[in-house]
Design a protein around this ligand. Structure first.
Ligand code: IPE
Ligand code: IPE
Ligand code: MG
Length: 226
């Protein structure tokens, strides 16, 4: 099946910095720049959709200084990132409980979604204050408000944050952890999973190619038989 959507769990920024005797936030800075490179590689390879897990609903457990730095990066870096990505035809979208991340974050996200809405080379979905369980609960609450008494899967998916983005074909997690950590729980039902020991700031085009090669060798059956 053609690889249309790759989702990335960008993990290992803190360990990457620690290995270099730098503060954790230095890893987040390097990690933020990495997104831009990965988007470019994916666009060149003809991938139509990418999702990047930037901040989870559980990451609020971290020290306030680290949280502020991550959101600061997102709100400042985006404007720098925007000009270059816009030229490359990137449509930027954001998924998560954005309002709960603060008015500033919310307005920046909406501004860039609006600015890039007509680009169509590649979709870059940034999962921000995102939790798979929160997304399901948010969908259920919208469904209740609309007055449904029962629904089917097709209707349910229309209430997810980005209903028009197809499920990820491939989910790549860096840093050696082998779990989803509350990422795309509904959408990952039949995703292929790829884990690499490489820490996110070190993620390279060779690593991406390895993951894609691995994906291409797999047989996706979706419960059927070949
Ligand atoms: C991933 O890197 C980025 C976020 C979760 C925001 P980490 O910050 O989790 O890095 P490690 O796992 O501590 O090395
Ligand atoms: C997952 O990484 C979240 C993001 C990459 C944003 P974590 O580092 O938060 O995950 P756990 O705590 O190791 O499961
Ligand atoms: Mg981590």
């Amino acid at each position: 099946m053609k690889l249309q959507h790759i989702a990335f769990i960008m993990d290992g920024n803190g360990r990457w910095a620690k290995k270099r005797n730098k503060p954790r936030v230095y890893g987040h800075l390097k990690g933020a720049y990495k997104i831009e490179e990965v988007v470019r590689w994916c666009a060149q390879k003809g991938i139509k959709y990418t999702t990047f897990y930037a901040f989870s609903t559980e990451n609020w457990k971290r020290p306030k200084s680290e949280i502020d730095y991550i959101f600061g990066l997102l709100t400042n870096k985006i404007s720098e990132f925007y000009g270059r990505m816009d030229k490359e035809g990137v449509k930027l979208v954001f998924s998560g409980r954005l309002r709960e991340a603060g008015e500033k974050v919310y307005s920046v996200c909406k501004e860039y979604e609006e600015k890039t809405k007509n680009n169509d080379r590649i979709v870059v979905n940034i999962a921000l204050n995102y939790g798979g369980r929160a997304e399901i609960i948010d969908a259920i609450n919208k469904i209740i408000k609309e007055g449904y008494s029962s629904i089917d899967e097709g209707t349910f998916r229309k209430y997810l944050y980005k209903a028009d983005i197809p499920d990820p074909d491939l989910i790549i997690r860096t840093s050696g952890e082998k779990r989803l950590s509350n990422f795309l729980l509904w959408q990952s039902a039949y995703s292929e999973l790829y884990f690499t020991e490489v820490l996110w700031p070190d993620f390279s085009e060779e690593e991406l190619d390895k993951a894609i090669e691995d994906y291409n060798k797999r047989q996706r059956r979706f419960g059927g038989i070949k």
